[in-house]
Design a protein around this ligand. Structure first.
Ligand SMILES: [Zn+2]
Ligand SMILES: [Zn+2]
Length: 198
């Protein structure tokens, strides 16, 4: 269980409407009538209409990555360059489907990065001050797996996560509120989900 998820922002001919598809696991992407859909992958159900398969991968101490596999890479452009059969994407990468005039922005959505020390991580130390966590500690969890001391609801005092702007392990910006890690500058954010802090 992770507290972040890859999502695809889908832009088509209608610029105002940009649906967001969740990619919680391996999914097939297909275009039907100009609309992109994402369906959980089952080995036996690949179809000719599929554009590609995407699968999030989580390697410890690495930024999350999204694998993109395509049997027709010539139909895809990644950041303006022709795709390969196997590609590794990160947040803010762009996938263009010239044939159906769709553009996909890869982004990460982070739900609550601040919470109690995960039970599965005893003995972990803070990535900034190297101090051990007490069992009742409030922690900030970076997507790279690093943990930092974090403020609690009751105690908003300075803590390692508020004293640092970037994760000491991966240099990713620290965002206590969660939300979308990347969102296109020229696109309105969905109000209800806008928890992002720059
Ligand atoms: Zn600390
Ligand atoms: Zn990190």
């Amino acid at each position: 269980m992770t507290d972040y998820e890859f999502r695809l922002i889908v832009r088509g001919a209608e610029p105002a409407a940009a649906p967001v598809l969740s990619i919680p696991g391996p999914m097939r992407l297909a275009v039907n009538d100009g609309k992109l859909s994402a369906v959980p992958l089952a080995a036996q159900d690949a179809q000719a209409a599929d554009i590609c398969v995407v699968q999030p991968i989580h390697r410890s101490q690495h930024s999350p990555e999204l694998l993109l596999l395509s049997a027709q890479p010539e139909c895809l452009l990644l950041n303006g360059i022709h795709a390969l059969p196997l590609n590794v994407l990160q947040a803010a990468d762009e996938v263009a489907l010239p044939e159906s005039q769709l553009l996909l922005h890869v982004t990460l959505y982070r739900s609550a990065p601040v919470g109690p020390l995960p039970a599965a991580m005893p003995g972990k130390t803070c990535a900034l001050c190297r101090g051990a966590f007490v069992p009742s500690a409030s922690t900030y969890r970076c997507v790279c797996g690093a943990l930092l001391h974090a403020p609690t609801q009751a105690d908003q005092a300075e803590s390692c996560a508020t004293m640092s702007t970037d994760c000491p392990a991966c240099s990713r910006p620290i965002c206590l509120a969660g939300g979308y890690e990347f969102w296109p500058a020229d696109l309105d954010k969905p109000e209800a989900l806008d928890a992002h802090q720059p």
